[in-house]
Design a protein around this ligand. Sequence first.
Ligand code: NAP
Length: 248
Amino acid sequence: MINLTGKNAIVTGSSRGIGKAVALKLASLGANVAVVYAGNREKAEETVAEIEKLGAKAKAYSCDVSSLHDAQNLVSEVIADFGGIDILVNNAGIIKDGLVLSMKEEDFDKVISVNLKGSFNMIKSTYQHFMKKRYGRIINISSVVGINGNAGQANYASAKAGIIGLTKSVAKELAARKVTVNAVAPGFIDTDMTGSMPEKAREAALNAIPMKRMGQGEDIANAVAFLASDEASYITGEVLKVDGGMAI
Ligand code: NAP
């Protein structure tokens, strides 16, 4: 049985969706959670209240992860408030879909900046802390489209593929310090992000899933909790697909 009692976790993008499910799962296993959001304070406070009901400590932090300066300030604040960090979940993400022909340069840059550079910024800001601690769990949320590509998502798929390269590189850098770095690659998960897709695209995605159902945030949270646990201490640089068979 996974036990995260006494561990402190930062989960970016945990005001909603997959990040919220991850934050609640980690808290249900005993972890305290820094709930990071971009602009949705009300939703972040709801996550905090639900975590506190589970008996764990939680606090909401506003931070744009695409800014290294903001990421560094966030990490300093969390260390001051919680006394240290054991688990970092880089989950914050956005989409700005379109075919390359019509994709604006700023939409390419923005998606790379939040999804990929955001993960880099958070890793860079916690790197020394984990090194000194000689312990840490970094879990980056990629996507099956980072493995297979997807028409209309060149920016997002590039960012998610980049996260896999980032994961494997940092895993090699930090392995000797007992810090594991892994990625989870979700398939098609029921959140605001997929809720905004056109009905036709949703149908097509659903048809591509051998299990014939969308995933839930909890499906991803279970995988993250395992990778955050002591039971996963010999797993690093891995990419775990959680997709109902979508990318077999
Ligand atoms: P979501 O429901 O749209 O939630 C996105 C979260 O990220 C929110 O908490 C949002 O905060 C936060 N966020 C956005 N930009 C940010 C920024 N610049 N700095 C800090 N936080 C920021 O998304 P989701 O579907 O749960 O997706 C979560 C992760 O899973 C993303 O990385 C996504 O790419 C990945 N993923 C999702 C699916 C899927 O099918 N849903 C599949 C594969 C991978 P606010 O609430 O404040 O806006």
